[in-house]
Design a protein around this ligand. Sequence first.
Ligand code: NI
Length: 264
Amino acid sequence: MLLQLSTWPDIEQYLKTSQAIVIPIGSTEQHGPTGLIGTDALCAEAVARGVGAATGALVAPVLAVGMAQHHMEFPGSLSLRPTTLIAVIEDLLVGLHRTGFRQFFFVNGHGGNVATLKAAFAQVYWTLTTQGRPAADQVRCQVQNWWAQPRVYQLTRELYGDREGVHATPTEIALTRYLYPDRVKMATLAPLGTTDYAIYTAADFRRRFPDGRMGSDPTLATGEQGQQFYERAVESLTARYRAFIQDATGRPPDSEPLAPPSPG
Ligand code: NI
């Protein structure tokens, strides 16, 4: 169920059976010379919609711009400051809480969002509880990275090994090739450079990663692989969403065990 294709009476009816919403969040930033600038947002949106279709959950419009300051030396990249992103998340969640939403499940497509998202959750808890909003103690926020789910990461290791890298990875490029088969460019790419993946300023990033990739070989990616990633991500995040909302409402956790978190 997509929020933007619903009416307000639809949402009022939905809130009688669930107080949870799935919110895809990504980024609009360079993904190497061949990857789509929208990769992180497109992937998060597709996986979140898959979770919504599997569970009946309400899915919000994708938050397509995240925290990507280190990519800003490449034209076309967009970013919010960390403090701006925190304010955006706070405004959206406090507003949704006003009409009855209590559980916020973020499907994330960009590693650079995680620290800011967790700070935003703390800000939301702080605001709702100190302002004495109704049922503020029932509010729960969670972020899950689609690419880091254990069964997704297992396939990544099998297919790409050390050529996965950490940015403009074949995993995410494969998913966009599945979703938008005619849009992702394929080209021979220069050999990989440094494997020191520390992130500082945007200018430093471009100097050390001149074509935008970080240790990755996206030429390995195919749409067929992307479909496998999509299916595994939706399956894993469907289980996590179910466990999240059942735990939040005091019922026993989902009987399907969750795999341990991956290092990815
Ligand atoms: Ni990405």
